[in-house]
Design a protein around this ligand. Structure first.
Ligand code: UDP
Ligand code: MG
Length: 328
């Protein structure tokens, strides 16, 4: 597992405690950032659901540098819940990194990432497990409606999925988040994807395999606050697009060609006009417009180049995706 060695620096992070991969049926992976207020309710709802499946399970909670009492609350739960694994990250690395840490350490034959705030209803797990036992390698939980979200979030999410799917491969199913069940075969492929810009929805979809869909209604946050500002969501969307398509880069060659062809035609037109009608001094406005339009286009092109180059730099640095302080 040379890859695993690259992914993390902290030694302790690589030797997951207890049983090796595949000896537990189900791993729940829960990224937690300032979730102290919800965790009691979370465990109260999740544990009975897991027990009802009749499978062996573990709950992998990743404390993503929380500023509140998340870690002590988790530790308190571990006293009566021995199959709770707490991965304490050294700082806040963001949800995508926290999820990666959890998935890396999960040992189940099936892995289910789930939000701590109970927006992903744990009651769905029973149905997901049934589908998995029936042969599905991936079971996607799909939001039947987004009425719990604000209007702006609904519109922007819809626009993102449409744009992403027009340009990028693999297609992202609409209204499907990180909440899904993945068979060990899928998880092992996801673990081999080394990129640092982690758009988990895309990475989880990348391996393919046979997927089934279970619809659900997304609830409001049970407590606490969302950590996702629109700025953060925008950046996640950029990661989603730049990570899975180079179309925005290639677009510039075609746009450049089109502008160049237009310029040639215009030049021919000017030459002919001068030849037939003589020199025409005015033309200041069209000149300025041409300069500004071309300047603007070039800036956009450079900006898009920058988006990709910045990401290349991050990948080249090859820093670990997350740093584990301690595993409990
Ligand atoms: N989260 C995390 N690190 C972060 C931000 C969020 O681990 O930097 C976790 C958070 O604790 C929750 C999940 O990611 O379990 C989803 O976060 P949130 O509910 O804030 O996002 P939203 O539901 O608004 O998309
Ligand atoms: Mg949430």
């Amino acid at each position: 597992m040379a890859r695993a060695a690259v992914r993390t620096t902290a030694k302790s992070s690589r030797k997951a405690p207890g049983k090796p991969a595949g000896e537990i049926d189900l791993s729940l992976v829960v990224p937690c950032f300032n979730e102290a207020a919800v965790l009691d309710v979370f465990f109260a709802r999740v544990v009975p659901v897991l027990q009802a499946t009749g499978l062996t399970f573990e709950i992998v909670c990743v404390n993503d540098g929380s500023k509140d009492a998340t870690l002590p609350v988790l530790s308190a739960h571990k006293k009566h819940l021995p199959n709770l694994v707490i991965i304490d990250l050294a700082r806040n690395f963001g949800k995508e990194a926290a999820l990666t840490a959890g998935v890396d350490h999960a040992r189940g034959r099936a892995v289910i990432p789930i939000d701590a705030d109970l927006q992903d209803p744990p009651e769905l797990i029973g149905e997901m497990v049934k589908r998995w036992q029936g042969g599905a390698e991936v079971v996607l939980a799909q939001r039947a409606d987004r009425s719990a979200d604000s209007f702006l979030k609904r519109v922007s999410a819809g626009a993102f999925y449409r744009m992403h799917n027009k340009m990028a491969q693999p297609q992202l199913p609409h209204n499907v988040g990180d909440f899904r069940l993945m068979d060990r075969a899928v998880v092992d492929v996801v673990k081999q994807l080394p990129e640092r810009q982690r758009f988990m929805k895309g990475l989880f979809s990348w391996p393919g395999f046979s997927a089934e869909i279970v619809p659900y209604v997304r609830a409001e946050r049970a407590a606490g606050q969302t950590a996702w500002s629109y700025w953060r969501l925008w950046n996640l969307a950029l990661d989603g697009i730049t990570g899975f398509t180079t179309l925005p880069l290639r677009l510039w060659s075609y746009l450049g060609l089109a502008v160049f062809a237009g310029a040639l035609l215009y030049a021919a037109f000017i030459i002919l006009r001068v030849a037939f009608f003589g020199v025409d001094v005015p033309g200041f406005a069209s000149l300025l417009v041409a300069v500004l339009v071309l300047g603007g286009l070039q800036m956009i092109g450079i900006g898009i180049l920058g988006e990709y180059i910045g990401r290349i730099q991050n990948e080249v640095k090859g820093r670990p995706i997350y740093v584990v302080r301690k595993i409990y």
